[in-house]
Every structure is written in structure tokens, then in C-alpha cells.
Design a protein around this ligand. Structure first.
Ligand code: PNS
Length: 159
């Protein structure tokens, strides 16, 4: 069984992430979408909220599970028996960071392959942080995140 992990902060999940989830789940038998717990970052949404939002968007995707992890991604992939790490690429600007991460991960465990998937060009500008910023400044974010996540964002920013 070809099992892949799609790791990320998902703060919150956007249509760009959903596009990658759909592509990856068509390509692999099982996909684990996993929220990274990074003690050095202060996310807008809690881990439980980010996982809940992912569970909502992945509802009905029978070969997708939502999880979280702490520590090294590669060690987590080994524990889950996953052979592949999925990362989305939006533009050339993503490449340097992704390249460094993929090669570091390969140094730790050469058996785990990183597979890059190109996001739909409609979402090539999209990131969780840009959605957060536009929402914070009262701008329109429909079409960038699902309506439920849009509502959650507005509520969170009004707290
Ligand atoms: O959505 P993001 O914030 O771009 O995701 C980055 C993430 C979580 C994939 C990356 O920071 C990560 O893999 N963190 C786990 C810690 C780790 O394994 N670090 C070494 C990899 S270079």
C-alpha cells in the first residue's frame, strides 16, 4: 500500500491545500494530512481547531485521515509506515526552502521520498498567512477558504 503524508501548519487550511489533498489522494492509496506542532510558532488557531477544520474539509474522502505530529517529520513518517512526504509547490519562490527541507529529510532517512505537487494555478498566490492578513484587515476571503473556515476566521479575529 502506497501511503503518503501531507504535513503542514494548516493555519487555516485553504483551497490551495485542498487542491493538493485531492491530487495526493488520487495518486496514493492512503493519505495522512498531518498538522505539525511547532513549539517555536504561535499559530492563530489551536491544534485542535486546525485538525477540526481539516476533518471538515476531508469529510467523505475515504482514503484520507487527519492527524498531528511533534518532532521530526521523517521519524513520524517512519512510525506511520509512509514512504512519501507530499509538499505543494506554488511558485519558484517556494523552491529554495522546499529543496532544503527535502534534502535534509532525505539525509535523515533516504528511504522516504518527497514528492512535490503543483498547485492549481488559481491558487498559486495563496497561503494561510495571506488569508489571515486579508481577513484581519477586513478584506474579502471568499473563494480562498471554505465558507465554514471563513466564518471561523472572522470569529477568531473578533475575539
Ligand atoms: O505548512 P508549513 O509551515 O510550510 O509546514 C512546514 C513543516 C511542518 C512541513 C516543516 O516545518 C516540518 O517538517 N516540521 C517538522 C520538523 C522537522 O522535521 N524539521 C526538519 C525538516 S527540514
Amino acid at each position: 500500500m502506497r501511503k503518503a503524508i501531507y504535513p503542514g501548519s494548516f493555519d487555516p487550511v485553504t483551497y490551495g491545500h485542498i487542491d493538493i489533498i485531492e491530487r495526493a489522494r488520487r495518486t496514493f492509496d492512503h493519505l495522512i494530512v498531518s498538522v505539525a506542532v511547532n513549539p517555536h510558532k504561535t499559530p492563530l488557531f489551536t491544534l485542535a481547531e486546525r485538525m477540526e477544520m481539516l476533518q471538515e474539509v476531508c469529510c467523505g474522502m475515504d482514503n484520507v485521515t487527519v492527524d498531528s505530529f511533534t518532532g521530526l517529520l521523517v521519524r513520524y513518517a517512519e512510525q506511520k509506515d509512509a514512504q512519501v512526504i507530499i509538499r505543494g509547490l506554488r511558485a519558484v519562490s517556494d523552491f529554495e526552502y522546499e529543496f532544503q527541507m527535502a534534502l535534509m529529510n532525505r539525509t535523515i532517512d533516504p528511504a522516504i521520498e518527497t514528492v512535490f505537487m503543483m498547485t492549481n494555478s488559481d491558487y498559486s498566490f495563496l497561503s494561510s498567512s495571506i488569508v489571515q492578513e486579508v481577513a484581519r484587515l477586513g478584506g474579502p476571503i471568499q473563494g480562498l477558504v471554505t465558507p465554514t473556515i471563513e466564518r471561523r476566521l472572522r470569529e477568531k479575529l473578533n475575539q
